[in-house]
Design a protein around this ligand. Sequence first.
Ligand SMILES: Nc1ncnc2c1ncn2[C@@H]1O[C@H](COP(=O)(O)OP(=O)(O)OP(=O)(O)O)[C@@H](O)[C@H]1O
Ligand SMILES: [Mg+2]
Length: 320
Amino acid sequence: MFSFKAVPGGGDIALIGESITKGFDNKKLFENVSFQINRGEKVFLLGSNGCGKTTLLKILTGETEADFGEYKFGANTYWGYYDQIQQNLHMDKTVLDEVWDEYPKLTETTIRNALAAFLFRGEDVFKEINKLSGGERARVELVKLILKSVNFLIMDEPTNHMDLESKEALENALCEYDGTMLIVSHDRYFINKLADKIYHMDSNSVVCYNGDYNYYLEKRGNVQSAELTAKKRETSAAVDYREQKRIESEKRKRQTKIKKTEEEIAVLEEEIRTLTLELENPSIASDYERAMELSNEISQKNSELEEKYETWEMLQEEDK
Ligand SMILES: Nc1ncnc2c1ncn2[C@@H]1O[C@H](COP(=O)(O)OP(=O)(O)OP(=O)(O)O)[C@@H](O)[C@H]1O
Ligand SMILES: [Mg+2]
């Protein structure tokens, strides 16, 4: 069994951001984003499509510059970055060589064990990169990242290209990983399995939920249920017949809405499945433009799906 280890070292704080502000073309994307990520924490950055999550990660990795604000990695903190679109693979190499050439000092056994943890077993390691699907390529990139001498993984939607089995392999590897991580994701199962702390980005800034995914849902639910309690109080005071009718009609409307939302969720899930299958196709995976388009589309649909789930949960809550 192979276990991924972070390089040792680093102080208690892995990364601090203060008042980070960024916009494009005179339009503010986010403002005064501040956060603290402690060593060993598994932190997720959530938020709707296009709110600026990738941009924030690119600021942290030095690819983009912030308009205002500062950030600082802790002493002896070394980060590695997994991009939303990966194009760092050598198409004519085998899976084994792709990884081994990057880490020539590691033994073949170590490399093969690492690859096995990401589901490349036996003859799979001799497949050429150009024959791999998008999901398989993502797994090769992840093996390369996770073998790096770093202790802070920064990842942008790593499960985007992945089927269920690959996701589970990644979850298991990350569960065991003893370093720090900051991950952007729309994948609620993935977040649920790993998150220690969640930052939610909205149209202005970020809010910190210092707990796991259930804590985050509960807290966000609370914001909504305070409004609901007020509504319920109102309804118990309603005595006359017309008011009763109105309540019943609202309930019916809500039921219709719940049903409609469930149908929309099913359609979105099917669309995501189809797009992911297309992305899995090796010929598409070599077509950078198309892969990028598909990846963006999947990302957008995942974000819509997340919103639908939230609507559905809220409607259920109202219906109680
Ligand atoms: N270099 C750039 N120049 C101009 N606008 C940009 C640039 N980079 C990003 N944007 C815009 O900033 C916004 C945020 O983009 P970003 O990719 O950070 O969002 P995101 O939260 O990662 O979205 P997604 O969930 O789709 O991945 C988008 O409207 C995008 O078009
Ligand atoms: Mg993004």
